[in-house]
Write a protein that binds this ligand. Structure first.
Ligand code: MN
Length: 196
């Protein structure tokens, strides 16, 4: 995955209007999630970066090397940038190469989705469920608490669903499992595979 630079305009959302994912996620949820929650993480990160000694590094390296409040905010910036980038109206289907990788490591695409949803649903509290590549090139699903990102474990992240309540509560209330199931319809697998 290419390094992402922590620049001021990182939360620009020009490619995806807030109505783009309706049917899965409402414009109201996206406007709060992107325009308020992510903006706050970006603003906090940009306040702390100049005194951190980590300015000029990629977002991934800032997340790997920082601690405390900077790591929490930079982690949430990286998580959300990857989350918002990977969706498009109506979704885009996966290639046969991606399908064969999922079949190799999970048995079937359906088995992969079931495990991904189950791990998203069973994550206690706030966090993220991720599909990543490990150091041996195998696909793995991990649960990451709060602002954590798989890069902190040496994994290479591909796909994520946000399971903080702010990601789904306006649309699905407490039904996290329904939110996770709905999100498959808007995944842009071209973007996911570009991270391989
Ligand atoms: Mn979020």
């Amino acid at each position: 995955m290419k390094p992402i630079m922590p620049q001021e305009n990182i939360f620009a959302f020009d490619q995806l209007p807030y109505t783009a994912l309706e049917g899965a996620i409402s414009a109201q949820t996206l406007s709060f999630h992107h325009g308020k929650h992510l903006k706050t993480y970006v603003d906090n990160m940009n306040k702390m970066l100049p005194d951190s000694g980590l300015q000029g590094l990629s977002l991934q390296d800032v997340v790997r090397q920082s601690t405390g409040a900077l790591r929490n905010n930079a982690g949430q910036v990286l998580n959300h940038v990857m989350y918002f980038e990977q969706f498009c109206t109506g979704g885009r289907s996966m290639s046969s190469k991606m399908e064969s990788l999922l079949v190799r490591d999970f048995g079937s695409v359906e088995a992969f989705k079931t495990e991904f949803e189950q791990k998203g649903t069973s994550l206690f509290g706030s966090g993220w469920v991720w599909l990543s590549v490990d150091e041996n090139g195998r696909l793995v699903i991990t649960q990451e608490k709060d602002a954590a990102n798989p890069v902190q474990k040496g994994l290479s992240p591909l796909l994520t669903f946000d399971v903080w309540e702010h990601a789904y509560y306006l649309d699905f209330q407490n039904r996290r499992a329904d939110y996770l199931k709905a999100m498959w319809a808007v995944v842009d697998w071209n973007v996911v595979e570009s991270r391989l």
